[in-house]
Design a binder for this molecule. Structure first.
Ligand code: NAD
Length: 688
């Protein structure tokens, strides 16, 4: 039974019970109506609502959001609940619809420390069962505007200070039962309370914050409209307007995309549990290379309690690695994340050494040395000799063939790629690279480690650049094609920022260094590659102009005082390249740039999926969202592909291919799915 009722004299205890966290779906709503009917019929003096197990109710069932809503609807149930003498005994987490149930009760008593919140905007919708109208009537416009438009969680103690809950008690059910009759009789239902005082300044401030934090997203702004309206409309009208907006947003593309991400993240977490072997408990780690990545990885591993030894080449490099680590610990103090003492202890904990002689018998070693196959192979040989044969050996290579790095090591089944993103202790994404030889136990242990590091882990097969960097390479290539045909880097960047990317592709290159991508192109000898349109612009930026990005103060942009400006000589260099190639430059508008760039990402994603490099289309989305600044509210490139429609995309690519057959051809998987009328979501669904 999803809802239990227990009558005790003139009291009715209603318990929500859909394990594990009492999510509210159709069955619960039906159960609630029956419970209220029964309580009404018995003429009880008091209703206490609580949750079974450790949760009150963690929200509405998002799986129902893709179908038309079915009666009974939660808002109607809560309008009825509000007229009854009810107390919410918030025994555990109360989110979304769960908190809205509590808000419709006359009083709320919460257990200490429980998490509350109205996180609907993070799923692209607004609270749909009274949250935007009842919360401001309890706490005023300013607090309600902040809580609802940010969707953040808060504790019972914060809620008590704000006036959302009336009391905190270790046994909220007992406290609700024991409450004197008079205490309840005096409390007005929300509908009988005066409307909150309008606060246009607080709304404007919350709008500005949401405009920055949730750029491009509708839901936070709509939520603020509704909170503002609570000061003007009688409750029934405010509730009706809220419901209409909720249903409207729920059907829209942003909510669909955010739900897609929500389920993709859940599926990625579940992947870690699917292995037949349990993950190994990793306690001791060796990190090789203490540069940008190695220091960040060492710091992150130390943060989850592993004993870390860092290997560098010589005393100078070791001193630089110590300094890199020191900066990470100091930053934590500056950001208020660690005390100076804890930080000093942390610095002392990580041993920095210059050879492999005195290494501990580590459970795992992660290599983050220069992106050079010969150097990485040497490191693997040294680790193989110095550590037990059972130690997991991982490489953080961005592009190289991990099989070649592992070749010659004993027991290659314990070798894999762990592709962290910079800064390694901050970025949520981890690509786990499965080589042909990697065992399930090794993979399971890598997923276990990722979970401890609180990272979103995605499994990828071996290819140049794995999932993320392979798509990035293609995206940049197509952007460079647009440069030589007539666009300029700052136009491309502005178009992609307008799409919602965190940064434009050329600004990103300036940040990471044009020499890095240059070295990578040299390695692949792209200048002479068959079947690829070679665009010389980026190579000439390095070779002719020596513009390497931020590190030289000059890349695609010039960096000085104030905002970056278009780089001196960059436009001339691009125009010269167009002339040499016999191209008459033409104007590109933002929409055309976006469409081509996005289509390039989707095209490469489809190939990655078809080749089995990614297991699911949704995994590709997670990589782009968590590692490359793709806007979450668009759901990722593969989610966009389904929204656009696969037949439309096939035709679009076919048109591109006619004009530029070296850069474009219809991916076979796209052709197949478009013909069969299937979507990428269908494909993921069938794959489980
Ligand atoms: P980096 O130049 O900042 O650091 C490399 C470090 O390795 C240096 O401190 C160097 O002294 C040390 N080193 C070189 N050879 C060594 C050896 N034989 N033994 C021990 N230490 C040695 O480089 P980085 O940016 O940290 O990149 C390291 C690896 O991580 C590369 O494979 C790179 O492709 C990959 N990666 C980099 C990023 C990034 O954004 N920087 C992101 C993901 C992956």
């Amino acid at each position: 039974m999803p809802v239990h009722t227990l009558f005790q004299g003139s009291l009715c205890l209603i318990t929500l019970d859909t394990p594990p966290v009492n999510v509210i779906g159709l069955e619960t709503r039906v159960g609630l109506v029956e419970a209220l009917d029964a309580a009404d019929a018995a003429g009880v003096q008091r209703i206490v609502i609580t949750g079974a197990g450790s949760a009150f109710a963690a929200g509405s069932d998002t799986r129902e959001f893709d179908s038309p809503p079915l009666a009974p609807h939660l808002p109607d149930i809560l309008n009825r609940l509000e007229r009854l003498p009810s107390i919410a005994a918030i025994n555990g987490v109360a989110l979304g619809g769960g908190l809205e149930i509590a808000l419709a009760c006359r009083m709320r008593i919460a257990a200490p420390g429980v998490a509350l919140g109205l996180p609907e905007v993070t799923l692209g919708v607004v609270p749909g069962a009274g949250g935007t109208q009842r919360l401001p009537r309890l706490v005023g416009i300013a607090s309600a505007a902040a809580l609802i438009s940010e969707g953040r969680r808060f504790t019972a103690e914060e809620a008590l200070r704000m006036g959302i809950v009336d009391a905190i008690d270790a046994d909220p059910v007992a406290a609700a039962k024991a409450l004197p009759e008079a205490a309840l009789a005096d409390v007005l239902p929300a509908s009988a309370r005066p409307a909150p005082v309008a606060d246009p300044e607080a709304i404007a401030a919350a709008r500005a914050r949401a405009g920055k934090r949730a750029k491009g997203q509708f839901a936070p702004q709509v939520a603020l409209d509704l909170v503002a309206a609570s000061a003007e409309l009688p409750l029934p009208e405010g509730l009706a307007r809220e419901r209409a907006q909720f249903l409207n947003l729920r059907r829209g593309p942003q909510a669909r995309a955010l739900r897609h991400v929500f389920f993709a993240e859940r599926a990625a977490l579940a992947r870690a549990k699917r292995f037949s072997v349990p993950p190994r408990d990793l306690k001791t780690a060796v990190v090789v290379g203490g540069g940008t990545m190695g220091a960040g990885i060492a710091y992150a591993l130390d943060g989850i309690g592993l004993a870390v030894t860092l290997v560098e080449t010589g005393t100078e490099a070791a001193a630089r690695a110590e300094a890199n680590l020191g900066k990470l610990f100091d930053d934590a103090v500056k950001r208020g994340k660690a005390s100076p003492e804890a930080s000093a202890q942390g610095k002392a904990r990580i041993a920095v050494v210059t050879g492999y002689d005195a290494l501990p018998a580590a459970d795992i070693a992660i290599e983050a040395v220069f992106e050079d196959l010969a150097v990485k192979r040497e490191v693997f040989a040294a680790l193989d000799a110095a550590l037990p044969e059972t130690a997991i050996l991982a490489t953080n290579t961005s592009y190289l063939d991990v099989n070649e790095i592992f070749a010659g090591t004993r027991a290659p089944e314990r070798c894999l790629g762990l592709h962290f993103f910079s800064p390694a202790h901050v970025m949520k994404l981890l690509e786990i690279i499965r080589a042909g030889t990697t065992s399930d136990e090794t993979l399971a242990s890598a997923f276990g480690l990722a979970a401890k590091l609180r990272k979103i882990a995605v499994e990828a097969g071996v290819c140049d650049g794995f999932i993320g960097n392979r798509i990035l390479t293609r995206y940049r290539q197509i952007c460079d094609v647009m440069l030589i045909e007539g666009a300029l880097p700052w136009q491309v960047d502005a178009a992609m920022l307008g799409f919602g990317m965190a940064m434009g592709p050329y600004a990103v290159q300036d940040l990471s260094g044009l020499d890095i991508a240059y070295a990578n192109r040299q390695r692949k000898n792209l200048r002479n590659a068959q079947g690829l349109r070679y665009i010389p612009v980026a190579d000439r930026m390095v070779e002719d102009l020596g513009r390497l990005g931020h590190k030289t103060g000059a890349g695609w942009y010039d960096y000085g005082e104030g905002a970056p400006t278009p780089g001196a000589g960059v436009q001339a260099l691009i125009e010269a390249a167009s002339r040499e190639a016999g191209i008459t430059r033409r104007a590109f508008d933002a929409e055309e740039i976006r469409q081509r760039a996005l289509t390039a990402m989707i095209d490469e994603g489809l190939r990655i999926l078809d080749e089995g490099i990614a297991r699911r289309a949704a995994d590709i989305d997670l990589v782009l969202l968590h590692g490359y600044g793709f806007p979450r509210w668009r759901g990722g490139p593969m989610c966009e592909a389904d929204r656009i429609g696969l037949p439309v995309l096939r035709d679009r690519i076919a048109t591109y291919a006619k004009a530029d057959p070296l850069s474009w051809s219809v991916p076979p998987l796209l052709q197949r799915l478009a013909e069969e009328g299937r979507s990428l979501a269908d494909l993921d669904h069938e794959g489980g």
